[in-house]
Ligand binder design. Sequence first.
Ligand SMILES: NC(=O)C1=CN([C@@H]2O[C@H](COP(=O)(O)OP(=O)(O)OC[C@H]3O[C@@H](n4cnc5c(N)ncnc54)[C@H](O)[C@@H]3O)[C@@H](O)[C@H]2O)[C@@H](O)CC1
Ligand SMILES: [K+]
Length: 505
Amino acid sequence: MTASSFQRPLYLADQVRELDRRAIDAEGDGFALMRRAGESAYEVLCARWPGIRRVCVLCGGGNNGGDGYIVAALAAADGVAVDLVALKPVAELEGDARRAAELAAEAGVVPVAWNDELTLDGELMVDAMLGTGAHGAPRPPYAAAISEVNASGCPVMALDAPSGVDVDTGHIETEAVAATLTVTFVGDKLGLHTGAALDVVGDVIYAPLGVDPRSHGGIAPVAWLQTRQDLARALPPRRPGSHKGIYGHVLVVAGAPGMGGAALMTSEMVARVGAGKVSLATDAAHVSASLTRFPEIMARGVRGAPDLEAMIESADTVAIGPGIGNGAWGQAALRSVLDAGKPCVVDADALNLLAREESGIHRDDWVLTPHPGEAGRLLGISTAEVERDRRDAVIALQRRWGGTVVLKGAGTLVYDGDRLTLCPFGNPGMASGGMGDALTGIIAGLSGQLASLGEAARIGVLLHALAADAAALDAGERGLLATDLASYARTLANPQPVSSHADHA
Ligand SMILES: NC(=O)C1=CN([C@@H]2O[C@H](COP(=O)(O)OP(=O)(O)OC[C@H]3O[C@@H](n4cnc5c(N)ncnc54)[C@H](O)[C@@H]3O)[C@@H](O)[C@H]2O)[C@@H](O)CC1
Ligand SMILES: [K+]
């Protein structure tokens, strides 16, 4: 499958270094690229902090530091007061970084060597300590300098990446610079968009510096960053001659005794993103509430396997997991769904049951939607290990279980065995009960309207996050509920103007 031309490619550090190398070979001058990095960073600085009078630039001993010396030179030439803190003596710098430091000196910048007694001050800190050449946790004196930047309470602009972030994974081993804004050069990096890094990158601005990564053949991106335009591309207006039979019949299997809310939230979302028909198999105690709230949803109480098997038989896709518990009700329901061999979306308790009981299962026609805790159980590793390298985890899950895997959490990843996509949308308001049920419903609801389950997972993740962003924009992140997403999800599921029969007359 080819990626959407809208989506931005994401790379690992070694790949970007290779892109740098090829661009420099083509241009014949590494310093020109570094100069453009510094210039584009300074341009971003001036746009974000217009009229700034004093900056503190912290420069490391490699080329990331070189970018910092260029920024310092440009700021000084503009009449901005520059405090430059050198983590490595200028006399020990090499190559392009040395040339950049000489440029800063010519502009009148006088570096101060880092020492633990320094108190950092200024209207803005520029973090040019560590970039793609960093390996492992920051060592002295970088670790102390990172803490001091964070203690300063000043806004921070990070060059290429906040020092202390692993740009391949987003993992932070000890402490990272907490940036307000990160300008990243040449190729955007996966680790700036997922996991713990999201707490420290601030706004990520991508500066290609005139290098088109796609023109340097042979370096395949490891992932693709989704865009809003993906929704419109995937969800064109409905055909005027539509009937409900062509948009899928989804069966939601959810809500063991005492857990009816999950069943309602899941099935509401299936309906709101446009499935043709929605059935709900739930505990008998939840049926009357379901019918009262959503008469459009065909809710039935399931007492045993024959009841459920008949319902599965008439569905195109099954969503199973929300609120099924880990008792007899859930186990029997999961067994029936798996035995029926219908395409399915598997979430929540169903994932925990799978992890316990279905050690040999591997299927193409399902979507698994674990959060990091469930992902850990499915892989037999800890949640912390999943979070340490989320890309590695989602690939391992897909290889182990097949189908399409959605690894939830900030910077959700979707992998179908071929393409890895990363959703840059969503907000911390989504850290509330029921959000996962809503996502399961959205993916299942889209499954009959898109070309594949993998596409339903990708577009479902995007739509869910954008709905949460729209809801949070209206009334704030705190207190955001899964049910708040329904009306926004409906709007987003219709990204094109509505067609009417009259338009075709
Ligand atoms: N010509 C180029 O290659 C370009 C490079 N660019 C910049 O250069 C950066 C990459 O430069 P480098 O390859 O020199 O690498 P970095 O400048 O990111 O880091 C290398 C330095 O950090 C030290 N280091 C590595 N890991 C450490 C750790 N855990 N704790 C403490 N010190 C550590 C190394 O000993 C070395 O001194 C990019 O991130 C980007 O900012 C840009 O200027 C674009 C052009
Ligand atoms: K940096």
